[in-house]
Design a protein around this ligand. Structure first.
Ligand SMILES: Nc1ncnc2c1ncn2[C@@H]1O[C@H](COP(=O)(O)OP(=O)(O)O)[C@@H](O)[C@H]1O
Ligand SMILES: [Mg+2]
Ligand SMILES: [Zn+2]
Length: 504
């Protein structure tokens, strides 16, 4: 330990009993039962994310096995001065009967052979000799193979406890010889509770929001939570506050994110750019800002879908901008996330990360005008039904159809399109085009860069022509007919009214 006597929170608060192991109820109850019933396995395999208690659980199990009160009772608890000699020496890492091996640095076959030799010597003071092998997935295949036989039939006093963060890298031959336990991420609320208790013990004043933020940031790892907590406690001088954390760690505050989203929702790009500049100038790292902004839009999306849990949203639901929430639907919010996730990916390869960010912000300012591919398809489907209705009124007059083909589509023609309820998109486009006052300009591509497939054009063309040529033909049942002319005007006309389609 450091000369100053300072001990990091993670080591100081390493759980020593099953009761202290938080968030792993299933593991705890199963291990306890097997201890009570005397069903001790030769080998255990603990898997799960880092910092969620695998090594701690292995030590607790080792303590239980060698506790002077017997395995049934679980390890001694209480102050270190009150526990039995075996429990104490194991906690201090001084027991000769509990051997901890780091699989990452002792991964060769020779080291495995050494274990196999040592296993033959019985324990010194406890009932069991326990091998805890951490990061076991790092062992070489040869090392695994050398160990197989020993794991399957060790001397009765031997217990292996393997721990890994990468279960899929552990060979099936090993897995099938072990009792497996999957450790889970620790819930944010549980982490927050533990931090709260520690603050009370240490006499630290802490805002709930601040502890919640630490818990959320550690994404289920208790060790990460403790490490972050220590860092924050070191600059907080006895009072942990959200504001100070944001300032010191360069995190974008929710107020700023709300303001930016509101500017975007109002299509106010000058304000959005100014806010972006302000946030970056305040010293927040660009990547961090993109992460925070992405998290913010994700929360909006969750809120929009009825999720209100603070642990998922990152903040209380009531703190999010109502204006931004009202402006966007799920489709627009998904698109915002796409834009920002893309932005993050692009940052590292870009000529300028800042340009990437500003482009993303710019796209966000016209988000509410964005049309998704599925909406575009809906518009096309509506247009098809409009086309059907138009075809039946104009049907039978091939000459006039062919004559019209030479002319540009006029505003009048657009205006006579039937105002079927389903054809809103087409009508909106017609209105836009009329407002422009001249032949409708055809957009070169849809906002998401897609255009209608050639196949679809051909199908529309063939159907339109067949219907126009034959009064009796059912409108949309002309798949067998050959197109007689390329693109009858109605087709072009209707397609051009759908925002973002390309008419060739
Ligand atoms: N389930 C848990 N309950 C309480 N503290 C935990 C838990 N998991 C981890 N910790 C804390 O994190 C530190 C590291 O835990 P450890 O058991 O070594 O994690 P792992 O082996 O899963 O990476 C411990 O010292 C302890 O302070
Ligand atoms: Mg570990
Ligand atoms: Zn004991």
């Amino acid at each position: 330990m450091a000369v100053s006597g300072y001990e990091v929170t993670a080591s100081k608060y390493r759980p020593k009993t099953f009761d202290e192991l938080a968030g792993q109820e299933f593991v705890v109850s199963t291990l306890r039962n097997s201890l009570i019933n005397g069903h001790i396995a030769h080998a255990y395999l603990f898997s799960g994310p880092r910092g969620c208690g695998k090594t701690s659980a292995a030590r607790i199990l080792a303590r239980s096995l060698n506790c002077e009160k017997g395995p049934e009772a679980g390890p001694c608890d209480g102050k270190e001065t009150d526990v039995c000699d075996n429990c104490r020496s194991i906690s201090r890492g001084a027991s000769m009967d509990v051997i901890e091996i780091d699989g990452a640095s002792n991964n060769k076959v020779d080291e495995a052979r050494q274990i196999i030799d040592e296993v033959l010597f019985p324990p010194q003071s406890g009932k069991y000799k326990v091998y805890i092998i951490d990061e076991v997935h790092m062992l070489t295949n040869q090392a695994f193979n050398a160990l197989l036989k020993t794991i399957e039939e060790p001397p009765p006093y031997i217990v292996f406890i393997f721990a890994t963060t990468e279960l899929h890298k552990v060979p099936a031959t090993i897995k099938s010889r072990c009792q497996q336990f999957n450790f889970r991420l620790i819930p944010i609320e549980t982490i927050q509770e533990i931090l709260k208790k520690i603050c009370a013990e240490k006499g630290i004043n802490a805002e709930d929001d601040a502890l919640f933020w630490i818990a959320r940031e550690s994404t289920g790892s208790m060790r990460d939570a403790f490490t972050l907590f220590d860092q924050i406690a070191s600059f907080s001088s006895g009072s942990i506050r959200s504001e100070l954390i944001r300032e010191k760690l360069g995190i974008t505050g929710l107020d700023k994110l709300n303001a930016l989203a509101e500017a975007c929702a109002a299509n106010d790009s000058p304000a959005a750019f100014a806010l972006t500049d302000e946030i970056l100038s305040s010293g927040i790292a660009l990547e961090q800002f993109v992460i925070d902004l992405t998290g913010f839009y994700r929360s909006l999306l969750l809120l929009k879908n009825g999720v209100t849990r603070e642990s998922l949203l990152g903040y209380r639901a009531a703190l999010f901008s109502v204006k931004a929430l009202e402006t966007y639907d799920s489709i627009r919010l998904e698109q915002a996330l796409d834009i920002l996730l893309d932005c993050y990916r692009n940052i590292r390869y870009s000529v300028s990360p800042r340009f990437e960010l500003e482009t993303a912000v710019s796209k966000l300012t016209w988000l509410n005008k964005w049309v998704s591919p599925s909406e575009l398809k809906q518009a096309i489907d509506s247009a098809r039904s409009v086309l059907g209705a138009a075809g039946s009124t104009a049907g039978g007059n091939v000459a006039s159809v062919q004559q019209k083909q030479a002319e540009p589509v006029s505003r009048n023609e657009a205006a006579v399109m039937p105002a079927a309820g389903a054809a809103t998109a087409a009508n909106n486009a017609a209105a836009n085009n009329s407002a422009a006052g001249s032949a409708p300009a055809r957009p070169q591509s849809s906002p998401d860069g897609r255009s209608l497939s050639d196949e679809f054009h051909k199908m529309l063309a063939s159907r339109g022509t067949a219907a126009a040529a034959d009064d009796d033909a059912p409108m949309w049942d002309s798949a067998v007919r050959k197109p007689e002319n390329e693109n009858p005007p109605q087709v072009d006309n209707v397609l051009s009214m759908i925002p973002g389609t390309v008419v060739n």
